[in-house]
Design a protein around this ligand. Structure first.
Ligand code: AMP
Ligand code: MG
Length: 408
């Protein structure tokens, strides 16, 4: 059986990003930029005032000399007339500096008396001026390909006048649940049935990351239903199935995928939870068969599907970041497979710590609620003592201040 690291290498080496698309800037937030953006003009476009105040020529001005107001320039206008030494133009933030002026004194630092502007302490030459091109010069790179577009990046691109940009699209992800025991959300689960929770958990996680889930419903444990529903997922960018990939009597997923042209890359990884995970391709479509148990589905999503989706979405760093934390409670050592334990991040004595979930059953959803990290425990590792340090895989930042709440 391959190790987790080998599985990650196989996933990442078999995938490339989706073809870029040109989108309006308003739709580019959260995406990865697929082109270098050169500046088409200087920012700011001219030397301009950084304050509401008075623009004047500092050179030649005696200390505390009075200035005579000769004009007014609001933001968005220009004052073209010459401004001589000893004269000033009332200027608003962002307005271009009138010709001859090199300094702005803020409104709050002058006294206007008898039509004259008294400047008790004239600021040094160049004060309160934003210079043309000081933020970005024409031709310089505003943002490089591979940048993630946060709100600040969108503001920067808008300021640089880009109304469309080339980005990697959000992958569309088909999710097929399988199992005769499942009922849809909203139906009453009686006589041995359970609600199809995996599809909703996975869809919510995909949306959290800006990916686009498409639910294919529940395929019953028979070949016809599996095949017709799987076919509907073939037009997406990635296909996830949940359940039906173990060695149970009704585990037909792999067989039907193979009929549809599936090329298996691996099946079974030495991890706990999630051992039966299946990965391969139908043509260029990546396909993941996740185990049905909720914590196994969720863990294999984080450990293997998420990196795959990040590659499709153009991320240059597909793996989740790792953080060093102190363990607040002891964790039992590794067995035959690498374990991944859900945990909550908390600050204790000013240090980032992990409160490991005590729930180890992969059949439970409870350990997933409130988890912000996964703690990998190596095969054969000794027990990890409370107070010792370990690296965790960061899944998300904790909400609000890092205060300890109910354990997950
Ligand atoms: P399987 O991998 O198909 O053998 O499923 C293992 C167990 O996972 C099943 O007995 C169910 O308890 C659970 N399970 C399977 N699919 C789902 C699902 N979509 N939502 C919640 N639990 C599931
Ligand atoms: Mg099943």
């Amino acid at each position: 059986m391959i190790s987790y690291d080998e599985a990650v290498d196989l996933v990442t080496s078999h995938l490339t990003s989706l073809p870029p698309v040109n989108v309006p800037l308003a739709e580019a937030g959260g995406k990865i930029l697929a082109e270098n953006i050169p500046a088409e003009f200087d920012l700011p476009p001219a030397d301009c005032s950084a304050m509401d105040g008075y623009a004047f020529a500092r050179s030649g001005l005696e200390s505390s000399q009075d200035l005579r107001e000769v004009g007014f320039v609001p933001a968005g206008s220009c004052f073209s007339g010459p401004v001589a030494t000893g004269e000033a133009v009332r200027i608003m933030t962002g307005a271009p500096l009138p010709p001859g002026c090199d300094t702005v004194v803020p409104m709050e630092e002058v006294v206007v008396k008898d039509g004259l502007i008294q400047v008790p302490t004239p600021p040094p030459r160049g004060s309160n001026v934003r210079y043309r091109g000081e933020e970005i010069k024409t031709g310089a790179t505003v943002l490089a390909a591979g940048s993630q577009l946060y709100s600040g990046s969108i503001g920067l691109l808008a300021a640089a006048g880009r109304d469309h940009v080339s980005v990697y699209p959000a992958p569309r992800v088909a999710i097929l649940s399988t199992g005769d025991e499942l009922v849809e959300l909203g139906e009453k689960p009686d006589s041995g049935k359970i609600v199809n929770s995996n599809a909703h958990m996975l869809a919510a996680r995909l949306r959290e990351e800006g990916f686009l889930p498409e639910l294919l419903g529940i395929a019953r444990d028979n070949r016809q239903d599996l095949e017709s529903r799987l076919r509907r997922g073939l037009a997406c960018d990635l296909l996830i199935t949940s359940g039906g990939i173990s060695v149970g009597d009704h585990d037909y997923v792999q067989e039907i995928l193979t009929q549809l042209g599936f090329e298996k890359i691996f099946w079974k990884v030495a991890i706990k939870p999630g051992k039966p995970i299946l990965f391969g391709r139908i043509g260029t479509l990546p396909v993941f068969g996740l185990p049905g148990n909720p914590a196994a589905s969720a863990a294999t999503y984080e450990l293997l599907v998420r990196p795959a989706l990040r590659i499709l979405a153009g991320y240059q760093d597909p793996l989740a970041p790792r953080l060093r934390v102190r363990l607040l409670e002891a964790v039992k050592g590794g067995g035959q497979r690498q374990q991944f334990i859900w945990g909550q991040l908390v600050i204790d004595n000013g240090e980032l710590c992990l409160l490991p979930s005590q729930i180890r059953s992969s059949g439970q959803n409870r350990s997933l609620h409130g988890a912000q990290a996964l703690l990998p425990v190596a095969i054969g590792s000794p027990d990890l003592a409370a107070g010792s340090h370990a690296e965790v895989i960061l899944l998300r930042l904790p909400p609000g201040p890092l205060l300890q709440s109910a354990p997950c």
